[in-house]
Design a protein around this ligand. Structure first.
Ligand code: NAD
Length: 818
């Protein structure tokens, strides 16, 4: 084990990694290690033959280019991956390539070696044997198996190897999927498990679940069972492919890909592989019956219909009569394809009307319980719940681990035990028993003990059923759950759009919870109320939420309505209210820290920029994208951009008070281009390249810890004796700067990059960012810039093409180029 030096945590000392196997997973894992700042060597086998291209170039099997081909190709795939695998494209330089025959010595210098070769025990064992001879004592070795026996892989290896060996089962794609199942063997040391957990959680930002070394571990075991059960029940109930997917996707709190679409994505051959794994290793007749290869799947695979990768599976992409591509679906039992049919029923209507996963599942079961759709849903759900209950304590130590694995590995909104609580534990068990199902003894004993749910809240503590009693869910380090705090009554104030929540240590968090977290009057009034409250009673304010996205922008619907009716006073009132609210955040006499995640666009960015610090989640897509709807940022965003340019120019000048065109103009150009072209980052790290980064802002790898980290930052600023930043006058580039931007606009226009309407919007943006027609270096107030923003925004609202863009966005969620 690596020694821990002073205060540096062991996980921080892991910096050199070797990944063996450069296929889908090896490449994805290598990229994510690079995301975490590690130096990676990616190795694969030496190809056995030359490609035509290699032959035409006169290369031989001895040339490095050929020998490293597989890993080199993987790096190319990483580079071009969509969605991107890397947070920053330049980090590709952190990955070196090589091959197992010539470069295994890299393992001797590595802190962590990850094996990600094909899912075959014999091949994995051979690779691990070679790692055992090449590694240095104390280095970590993990396998990325989907479900082979980890213990069997370690057999025959040295003592030191076995102590430092476990499985780290990443899910695909490793950057985006949260789950890593860590599977120790009997010989893995507790220190290794702790170190791997810390590495995966803190350095890689993943959610770790400890799994026992059983076939397919947790998520794949329950996930694959769910797919097979769904297929069986769909055939029994005579449902179509569309009906099945409509009932087993968001209706059950699962992703839209539901069952058959998901099976197509996974690959039907891969699924059979997972199924065979259980069949080979399970002794339970009931389980073997479910995992017996379903005939329908076998037939599809035998006919080459493997899912998306072969173009056909349960769905098929084909060309329609008009030449356009269309999706067809499989018909049972003929296995022919036909035009998709829309699934509808009173059950699906009730589900649609219900809000939230728990309410949807309840509607699914109770809206019309005699309807086939409801009967089917109940059959699928109960079998999953009973299967999960039968495996509690077998595949995982705690039922929470099963729930987490399904949420993080399969994107279910509720794990099986959470779902069971949602539909009512006692009544559903009663129904199961009436229907002759065998309910695991521990569940019956749990209910007999007077318990009516698997989870319970006690104050801010979350408890779960374990060994006949309740046990506290171990908090995930610094992770703060706003939902949990609200349940515990820690809401300080609330409007329909946002709430202020006490997150401990005299810090509060302003949580947006409007539709799509779009900013409208409800959020703005919550900001006004919160600013007063925080100033009076609290040490600091965090702005963060647990929604799907931090904030998709300002609420356009109201704005469009007022613009279409020509009510310009109303439009101006809305803008001024927005600007004033953001101004309150900027001038608050307590520290404010924003912690955005995922989509943070337009008004969302304007709500972050007044904060003293921004703690970005790695998955933050951040940008002032107002030009996409024909507008410019006018909630303080354009002013903030002008200030950022001036601040940076001043920092570059070594603090001289006079602005220099040489320093200010390039900063202005960058931010102008970012906003005019509605660019947004594809990660939290990408914010810097767009020009929005400020000193002290940073990215935290572990997305779930962002609220806790923002709170720490607030407390730190408070300890340092916080006073709000003074509001100095801002040197602007004026008419000269605007002329430079005008040239850029002309060049974008001539190269066909922008439309005439884009040109108009960009011209107005240039006017505001450069501070209008004043002389270069003129110092203006923030209010002056806000007035310019407002004026430009109002005039754009009156443009028919802007109104078209706004309504198009509201209707389609996509920008219109007109
Ligand atoms: P893949 O087929 O894309 O890649 C496998 C890699 O193994 C290839 O680069 C191949 O060159 C290499 N390889 C083949 N024979 C080898 C040998 N004899 N010695 C060394 N390397 C050899 O497979 P993948 O999807 O990346 O899967 C890799 C591992 O990850 C498997 O154990 C798989 O079960 C597991 N896994 C896959 C997924 C997924 O979604 N694809 C998810 C989680 C885990």
């Amino acid at each position: 084990m690596m020694p821990s030096h002073g205060r540096i945590r062991q996980a921080d000392r892991v910096s050199r990694c070797v990944v063996i196997g450069s296929g889908i997973m090896g490449a994805g894992i290598a990229a994510h290690l690079a995301n975490a700042g590690m130096q990676v060597t990616l190795l694969d086998i030496v190809p056995g033959s030359l490609t035509t291209e290699e032959r035409s170039k006169g290369l031989t099997l001895g040339d490095a280019k050929v020998r490293n081909r597989l890993a080199d190709e993987a790096v190319k795939r990483i580079h071009h991956a969509k969605p991107p695998m890397l947070y920053d494209p330049s980090w590709i330089s952190r990955i070196r390539t090589g091959n197992l025959s010539d470069h295994l010595s890299a393992a001797g210098e590595a802190d962590w070696i990850i094996e990600a070769v094909v899912e075959r025990l014999d091949i994995k064992r051979k690779v691990l044997e070679s790692i055992d001879t090449a590694r240095r004592p104390g280095s970590l070795v993990t396998t990325n198996t989907s479900g082979l026996s980890v213990g069997a892989m370690a057999e025959g290896r040295s003592g030191d190897f076995r102590q430092h060996f476990a499985a780290t089962h990443f899910f695909n794609p490793p950057r985006y999927m949260k789950l890593v199942e860590i599977v120790p063997t009997a010989d893995t040391s507790p220190e290794t498990v702790t170190l791997l957990t810390e590495l995966c959680e803190r350095r890689l930002g993943k959610g770790v679940v400890l799994a026992r070394d059983t076939v397919n571990f947790i998520a794949n075991r329950i996930g694959a069972h769910g797919m097979l059960v769904t297929l069986e029940e769909a055939l029994r109930c005579g449902l179509t492919v569309e009906e099945t997917d409509a009932l087993t996707g968001t209706a059950m709190g699962r992703p839209k890909t539901a069952t058959f679409r998901m099976m197509d994505m996974v690959g039907l051959d891969t699924l059979l592989h997972v199924v065979d794994n259980v069949l080979d290793r399970s002794a339970d007749p009931a389980e073997r019956a479910i995992f017996a290869r379903p005939q329908l799947l076998v037939k599809l695979v035998e006919s080459g219909r493997l899912g998306s990768k072969s173009g056909a599976g349960f769905y098929r992409k084909t060309a329609g009569t008009d030449g356009r591509s269309m999706i067809q679906s499989l018909r049972f039992p003929t296995l022919e394809y036909g035009s998709p049919s829309r699934a509808s029923s009173p059950v699906l209507e009730a589900v649609k009307a219900a809000g939230g996963a728990a309410a949807k599942v309840r509607a699914l079961l109770s809206a019309a319980p005699k309807h086939t759709h409801s009967q089917f849903a109940w059959a699928c759900l109960k079998r999953t719940l009973l299967y999960a209950a039968s495996l509690n304590g077998v595949i995982a130590d705690h039922l929470t681990d099963i729930d987490k694995a399904m949420r993080w590995g399969f994107n279910w909104e509720l794990g099986p035990f959470q779902l069971w609580d949602a539909i009512g534990l006692e009544q559903s068990v009663r129904r199961m028993e009436q229907e002759g199902d065998v309910v695991p003894a521990w569940v019956k004993e749990w209910i007999a003990g007077g318990n009516s749910s698997f989870y319970r809240c006690e104050g801010t503590k979350r408890l779960f059923a374990h060994d006949g009693g309740y046990r506290e869910e171990s908090g995930e380090g610094d992770c703060i759950s706003l939902a949990g705090l609200k349940e515990a009554g820690r809401t300080v104030l609330s409007t329909p759009g946002a709430s202020l929540i006490d997150i401990g240590d005299d810090v509060v968090c302003l949580e947006f919870h409007s539709t799509s977290n779009a900013i409208g009057g409800d959020i703005l009034s919550a900001i006004t109320l919160s600013a007063e409250e925080v100033s009076r009673n609290w040490r600091g304010l965090v702005i963060a939420n647990e929604g799907r996205n931090f904030c998709v922008g300002a609420n356009l619907a109201l704005l469009l309505m007022e613009a279409q009716s020509g009510d310009w006073d109303e439009v101006e009132d809305i803008i001024r209210y927005f600007q004033r609210s953001m101004g309150l955040l900027a001038s608050l006499d307590r520290p404010v820290v924003a912690a955005p995640h995922r989509m943070t666009l337009g008004g969302g960015v304007e709500a972050c920029l007044p904060a003293d610090r921004i703690i970005y989640s790695p998955e933050t897509y951040f940008g002032l994208v107002e030009t996409g709807v024909g507008l410019i940022p006018a909630g303080g965003g354009s002013m903030a951009a002008a200030m950022l340019a001036a601040d940076r120019a001043q920092a570059a000048s070594g603090g001289r008070s006079e602005a220099s065109p040489m320093l200010l103009q390039p900063q202005l150009n960058q931010l102008f281009e970012t906003i005019a072209l509605a660019k947004h980052s594809t990660s939290g790290f990408g914010v810097r390249a767009l020009g929005f980064h400020r000193p002290g802002d940073r990215v935290i790898m572990r997305q779930d810890a962002r609220i806790g980290e923002a709170k720490h930052e607030c407390l730190e600023l408070d300890r340092q004796g916080y006073s709000p930043p003074s509001q100095p006058l801002i040197p602007v580039a004026g008419g000269e700067g605007k002329a430079v931007l005008a040239l850029a606009i002309q060049s974008m226009k001539h190269s066909g990059y922008i439309s005439p309407h884009d040109e108009l919007i960009a011209g107005k943006l240039a006017h505001v960012l450069s501070g209008g027609d004043v002389a270069f270096g003129t110092k203006v107030s923030g209010q002056y810039l806000l007035d310019l923003e407002c004026e430009a925004f109002l005039s754009l609202c009156g443009e028919p093409k802007t109104q078209q863009r706004m309504s198009h966005m509201l209707e389609t969620n996509k920008p219109l180029r007109n």
